[in-house]
Design a protein around this ligand. Structure first.
Ligand code: ADP
Length: 249
């Protein structure tokens, strides 16, 4: 069954649905022009991520991790190559289609949390539902469930400034979980956290495939984080190195 159901997306998708990788990247290149200089952020990246995998993209700062996640989530677009989600090409997706897809099916988690400081934890988690036109009792139950899932229900009335970094990241993860995404993309989610809080956040992300059936892709330069992954893909200067089980790290 397709994990994105929006009519527009199904109508626009043009893959044959025979390849069932949740994410499949074929020969992705991404170049940025900076004046006369061309920066190649991604070079011939091919990657397949299967359902329920916890996959780490690992490499030093500047190697292309964020760019790769942005291309997978449609926040940025490749210069060449194709992105297929659930066996369907995204070639024909408009920006509006990508926005719908992210709202309905893709959870995003960032290093800097990006919570709204004037809203409580529960209000931050509710935001995606409000933007999709959902409110009332069912929305309230979903918010409570997601806060429970990340262990932050008791802090639901607290604003971000009253929470530690790790707690803020938990709230951000709850917000990403609200639409019950099949794919969750986390860009350096432990980058602003100390090692204990970072380990807790990684353990939480690690539990999402089992608890929510989500496929999780984490960009990280933390070896400890990558050690939790089912598969680790190294990135160096925009090139993907072959995947390895975390045991080989
Ligand atoms: P990482 O997430 O691994 O730190 P990035 O994906 O952010 O790496 O960056 C990869 C390369 O692409 C870097 O050389 C960076 O400077 C360059 N880059 C990223 N975004 C842009 C941009 N908008 N314009 C120009 N260069 C960029």
């Amino acid at each position: 069954m397709l994990w994105y159901t929006s009519d527009a997306l199904v109508r626009l998708s043009c893959g044959d649905g025979t390849s069932r990788g949740v994410v499949k990247l074929n020969h992705i290149y991404k170049q940025y022009a900076q004046g006369r200089t061309i920066v190649t952020a991604l070079h011939d990246v091919c990657l397949e991520v299967g359902p329920g995998e916890f996959c780490a993209l690992m490499g030093p700062s500047g190697c292309g991790k964020s760019t790769l996640l942005n291309v997978i989530g449609g926040l940025d677009h490749q210069t060449a190559g194709t992105v297929a989600l659930d066996g369907r090409s995204t070639d024909d997706f408009s920006d509006a289609d990508w926005t719908t897809l992210r709202r309905e099916c893709i959870g995003l988690v960032f290093q800097a949390f990006h919570l709204l400081p004037g809203l409580s934890a529960a209000e931050n988690v509710a935001l995606p539902l409000l933007l999709s036109g959902h409110s009332g009792g069912r929305a309230g139950r979903l918010v409570a469930e997601c806060l429970d899932a990340v262990g932050m229900r008791e802090r639901e009335r607290h604003r971000p400034g009253e929470l530690s970094g790790g707690e803020q990241q938990r709230v951000a993860i709850a917000r990403a979980l609200v639409p019950r995404p099949k794919l969750l993309l986390a860009d350096d989610p432990t980058g602003n956290l100390d090692s204990r809080q970072g380990a807790e956040v990684i353990a939480l992300l690690r539990s999402l495939p089992r608890r929510f059936g989500a496929t999780v892709i984490v960009a990280t330069h933390s070896r400890e984080a990558a050690q939790q992954a089912d598969i680790v893909h190294g990135l160096r200067d925009g090139c993907l190195e072959s995947g390895a089980g975390s045991a080989t790290l």
